[in-house]
Ligand binder design. Structure first.
Ligand SMILES: C[S@@+](CC[C@H](N)C(=O)[O-])C[C@H]1O[C@@H](n2cnc3c(N)ncnc32)[C@H](O)[C@@H]1O
Length: 228
């Protein structure tokens, strides 16, 4: 049990956990802030401040791939998000769950689809309706621990596909599965090449035994290609 509140748990992580709740042990500690801490310039106190400053020029279209994201996007300053989407395999909330009405008020939609499938891609594109996403999160945690997700080249291919959803100046924050050293190095080498194409990339490893997760923040600068 990561926090109180039933299905508001790890299926719907926070952008930033209230430090007092984190200390009490009732909150899942791996909020987005925890994962990506130290990967943005020190002048920003936390991930929220950093993202809101970087994406200040217009209201943001946000997507979480592999998550309900109701809580994630609700924690940004009101008005920062224009509309948002959470895509996950199943949403166990009832139609009368109080969060549903809050989602509607904030123009947050939750869609069940496989984000790795062609149908999932089409569903997301339909929701985007010709627009691009300014902010993309992916933190699937244990859901992509084994199977094809950990094979060499898989995450790099996924990056390529998700990058195409991003607007100019858009930001993507991605957590990889636990990968072996060779696969990690291949991924890092590929990400390094993007730095020459007006794409800012920062990554860090979080080790566990002989594997590690790679956390990446990718920022598509003006002049960056539409795909790589
Ligand atoms: C451990 S939960 C994490 C949820 C959320 N990202 C968070 O940080 O709270 C894993 C999520 O990944 C979703 N998921 C796993 N495989 C998926 C897939 N192929 N397509 C869409 N969502 C997927 C599950 O439905 C679940 O919501």
């Amino acid at each position: 049990m990561y926090e109180t509140g039933g299905d508001w748990g790890i299926q719907d992580s926070a952008l930033i956990v209230d430090p007092s709740k984190r200390a009490s042990g009732f909150e899942h500690p791996y909020d987005s802030e925890f994962d990506f801490r130290g990967m943005y310039p020190e002048e920003f106190t936390d991930l929220k401040t950093y993202l809101e400053a970087r994406l200040a020029s217009k209201p943001v279209i946000g997507i979480e791939l592999g998550g309900r994201a109701s809580r994630l996007f609700s924690q940004f300053t009101p008005g920062f998000i224009e509309r948002s989407l959470g895509v996950l395999l199943s949403d166990n909330r009832s139609a009368s769950h109080p969060q549903q009405a809050q989602d509607a008020l904030r123009h947050h939609e939750v869609i069940t689809a496989d984000v790795f499938s062609t149908e999932g891609k089409q569903t997301i594109n339909k929701w985007l309706n010709g627009q691009k996403a300014d902010l993309i999160f992916e933190r699937m945690e244990g859901a992509i621990s084994d199977g094809p997700y950990t094979e060499p080249g898989f995450m790099t291919a996924v990056f390529t596909r998700w990058y195409r959803l991003l607007s100019e100046r858009g930001i993507m924050l991605v957590q990889s599965p636990w990968l072996d050293a060779t696969t990690l190095t291949d991924m890092e080498t590929r990400l390094d090449t993007l730095k020459e194409q007006h794409i800012d990339v920062v990554y860090k490893r979080r080790p566990l035994g002989d594997k590690a997760r790679l956390y990446t923040i990718l920022e598509k600068k003006a002049g960056a290609p539409e795909s790589f």
